[in-house]
Design a protein around this ligand. Structure first.
Ligand SMILES: Nc1ncnc2c1ncn2[C@@H]1O[C@H](COP(=O)(O)OP(=O)(O)OP(=O)(O)O)[C@@H](O)[C@H]1O
Length: 266
């Protein structure tokens, strides 16, 4: 697969605050996802990771602060507009069970489809050509995510690990510049986690996109991330490389009693 011509722009989160009734779920959070890097957002339960993801993908509007992708302001855009600007996300709990792998990936291509519904329904030549090009791209993405052999298989027959990769592949079908991965290895066994880690590495190398990763599995975070932002009670308490954050006293304090920052969870 060919890498995009230009590196993705930086994703800049500035002073983002989200308030739910009396609760401050995010409190003046800032971080920058440098072009082409894997940036993990970690923190104990309830720290604000999901809220942060929901702001980045447009599901929540922050009470204050901004999110920018290069020159584009994402902060008040609807989720589909953010997706169209090149920010795709996976969902923690959605594991597809309907249709074949190809069907699911073609759904992921839908947002990029230019031929109108009527042209497609009438099977006009342009719509047919476009459909063939989408199918070829979907197959390429299936190969890249290790699903090539399952392209025409019903998703319901795949293992849990494969289905989680269908979810990832569907997000990649948008040809994003930034990929938001919400707990990509949740519920996976050790072999499936190793496979997913390799696939995320491969995607990043092949496609040159930026990845924002929310994940509880510290082993995965430490192996994959270039940069880590640690949230605790809605505040960003540390930023740095995996090595830097795992030694940071604020991080150790935040995790005390809930997890460790070592490799034990891998
Ligand atoms: N829609 C909402 N309405 C009210 N409170 C919310 C809402 N979403 C999240 N919260 C609260 O905001 C805080 C941050 O929650 P969030 O889900 O972002 O944390 P998290 O770090 O993703 O946690 P976990 O690791 O358990 O998924 C929590 O106190 C949570 O109860």
């Amino acid at each position: 697969m060919t890498a995009p011509a230009a590196a993705p722009p930086a994703l800049e989160v500035r002073g983002v605050t989200v308030r739910f009734a009396g609760l401050l779920a995010l409190d003046d959070v800032s971080f920058t996802v440098a072009p082409g890097t894997v940036h993990a957002v970690i923190g104990p339960n309830g720290a604000g990771k999901s809220t942060c993801f929901n702001v980045l993908s447009g599901l929540y509007r922050p009470t204050a602060g901004t999110v920018r992708l290069g020159a584009a302001e994402l902060t008040r855009l609807a989720p589909h507009r953010i997706a169209a600007l090149g920010v795709a996300r996976t969902f923690q709990n959605i594991v597809t069970t309907q249709g074949t792998v190809a069907d699911n990936l073609m759904l992921g291509r839908h947002a990029l489809s230019h031929a109108g519904f009527t042209a497609s329904a009438l099977r006009l030549p342009r719509a047919r050509r476009e459909q063939r090009a989408h199918l070829a791209k979907a197959r390429e993405i299936a190969e890249l995510t290790g699903l090539g052999a399952h392209f025409d298989s019903p998703v319901a027959l795949l293992s849990y690990g494969d289905r989680k990769r269908v979810e990832l592949a569907r997000a990649l079908c948008l040809e994003p510049r930034v990929l938001l991965l919400d707990e990509p290895v949740a519920g996976m066994n050790a072999a499936e986690r190793t496979r997913m880690t390799a696939v995320v590495r491969e995607i990043r190398a092949e496609l040159g996109l930026s990845v924002v990763l929310v994940e509880h599995d510290m082993g995965l975070v430490m192996r994959l991330a270039d940069e880590v932002t640690v949230l605790d009670f809605g505040r960003a308490v540390a930023h740095g490389t995996p090595d830097e954050v795992r030694r940071d006293p604020e991080v150790l304090r935040a995790y005390l009693g809930t997890a460790t920052t070592g490799e034990d969870a891998a």
